[in-house]
Design a protein. Structure first.
Length: 106
């Protein structure tokens, strides 16, 4: 894929990640700062490193499945791997200003 095609797919990835909402907080995972790395290979293989607001998050399976489904639906993405990582540990400072405002932290 060309650099331009890759950029368009990466923009779509971020757009779709913004539709994955943590049901307990009602804010999308991208704005919460839960997505640590997005790696799109030239063959369309997508790897996402993300975390959860808490290691024992009861909605973890739901969130990962939502990410998988939405990323798999993007044209040009040939496979999806979602890695749940806990380093660095998530904290509210990782949220976007928009998310902080929405949750009353600003």
């Amino acid at each position: 894929m060309t650099a331009e095609e890759k950029l368009k797919i990466e923009e779509k990835i971020v757009e779709y990640l913004r539709t994955v909402v943590d049901p307990e907080i009602a804010v999308d995972i991208y704005s919460l700062g839960l997505v640590y790395k997005i790696d799109l290979a030239d063959d369309g293989a997508l790897t996402i490193d993300m975390t959860l607001t808490a290691p024992n998050c009861p909605m973890a399976d739901f969130i990962v499945e939502d990410v998988n489904q939405k990323m798999s639906s993007i044209p040009g993405v040939t496979s999806v791997t979602v890695n749940i990582v806990f380093e660095p540990e998530w904290n509210k400072d990782m949220m976007s200003d928009e998310a902080k405002l929405e949750l009353g932290f600003m």
